[in-house]
Every structure is written in C-alpha cells, then in structure tokens.
Design a protein around this ligand. Structure first.
Ligand SMILES: *Cc1c(COP(=O)(O)O)cnc(C)c1O
Length: 215
C-alpha cells in the first residue's frame, strides 16, 4: 500500500507547480483490486475512491460504507443508459458523461430522484475511434447542451492515448475547460499524475501506484 508515497509525490508536484495541495483530489482507483489491498487504504483514512463498473462497485461498496462510514465514490468507466439509475444511487461523481442520449437519461432520472451526482464530461482528446468521449470539436456544443438540461457538470475528463505523451492532451483538456468556464479537470493516472498536476488537474485517478498491479 503506497498511499502515503503517492500523497507525498502529489504535494511535491503541487509545490513545483505553485499550486495548493488541497486543490487536487486524489481518487484511489480500487477497481479489480482484492479486498486485502483496499482495506489498508480505508484503514489509513482515505475516503475517496474510483471504480470502473457499476456492478462491481455495487457488490462491495455498500458493505465497506457500512463498515467505514461515508466514502465519496467516483464512477470512471463507461456508463450504459440502463445502468444509469443504479449508478446515480451509488456514486457521488460520474466522470464518463460522453453522449447526448446519456445526458438525456441522467436529466430525466435526476428529476425522478430529486438529485444528481456531480458530472465530468469525458473528452476523447486523441479522437481515437475505439475510445469513448466527446470529440474535441464537439465539446463546446455538448457542454452547452448539458447545461441547458440543468445537469451539474463540474468539469472535463480525459484518458490520453497510451502511446503518446500525455501533456498535449492535458493541455487540450485545460483549454476546452477554460473557454467553457468549467473548473474541474479529471486527468492523470499512475504513470502521469505529476504531469497532470502541472497542467492544472483538480482530480487525479491513481490505481496501480497505490494498490499494486491489477491481474
Ligand atoms: C483504471 C483507470 C485508472 C487508474 O489507472 P492506473 O494506471 O492503475 O492508475 C484511472 N482512470 C480510469 C478511467 C481508469 O479506467
């Protein structure tokens, strides 16, 4: 368990970037990790976690929330419309709002439920055909459409292409965010969170560097 090492590196990256450490939220990505690796991080007091799948998260977090008290849960993976209600009941924040149909579903369910998780819009900064996310050219329009549905959009999220330097993608995300007056930037994972902090990340999503490699 390397929670404290990652916190130390975050603080150092903030200092280098001239940013306040409390302006960056560490999401510990517990997807696919065995309980024996997650419990020590819960016991160390960390209360902000990320998961990729609604079903997997629903199988473990209600129990852990009973045992450890309130935990802020973030959904990072793609969300199918038919799982949207379950996701809204379980997660505090959803990072994968990526298409008009999902926006409409979330808006309708928000009316029904009388509440809605905070939302990040996922941008496909590399315009990769196999990857989820709104294309950069369509981002401004999609953000405006989400706002007109009254959705609580707090920022943008990206997963840069695996084989490219992440910087350029983080910069692009920050530019789209700035011109749309959004504040949240969900970017940076185990291998590049320090670069993301230098580019303005407000939420970093770190899994294997805290818990160890997934199988
Ligand atoms: C798995 C995952 C992460 C964490 O990845 P690590 O490389 O283990 O830090 C972050 N964000 C998303 C969207 C993920 O799917």
């Amino acid at each position: 368990m390397s929670l404290h090492e990652i916190q130390r590196r975050m603080t150092a990256a903030c200092a280098t970037a001239g940013r306040a450490p409390e302006d960056v939220t560490l999401i510990a990505v517990s997807k696919e990790q065995p309980e024996a690796r997650v419990l020590p991080v819960l016991e160390a007091g960390h209360r902000i976690y990320g998961e990729n799948r609604v079903q997997e998260a629903a199988g473990k977090w209600p129990d852990w929330r009973d045992r450890f008290g309130p935990v802020e849960l973030h959904l990072l993976g793609p969300l199918q419309s038919n799982k949207a209600r379950a996701a809204m009941e379980l997660f505090d924040v959803i990072h994968s709002l990526d298409r008009p149909k999902l926006a409409e579903t979330l808006a309708r369910l928000a009316q029904d439920l009388g509440q809605c998780p905070q939302l990040f819009i996922q941008i496909n900064t590399g315009a990769e055909p196999q990857k989820a996310g709104v294309l950069p050219d369509e981002a401004d329009r999609f953000i405006a459409d989400c706002r007109s549905l009254d959705l609580p959009v707090i920022g943008l999220m990206c997963i840069p292409p695996v084989d490219a330097p992440a910087d350029r993608h983080f910069k692009m995300l920050a530019e789209i965010s700035e011109r749309n007056e959004l504040h949240g930037l969900s970017m940076g994972m185990s291998d590049d969170f320090e670069t993301a902090i230098a580019q303005g990340a407000t939420h970093i999503r770190v899994g294997s560097a805290i818990f160890g490699a997934r199988h």
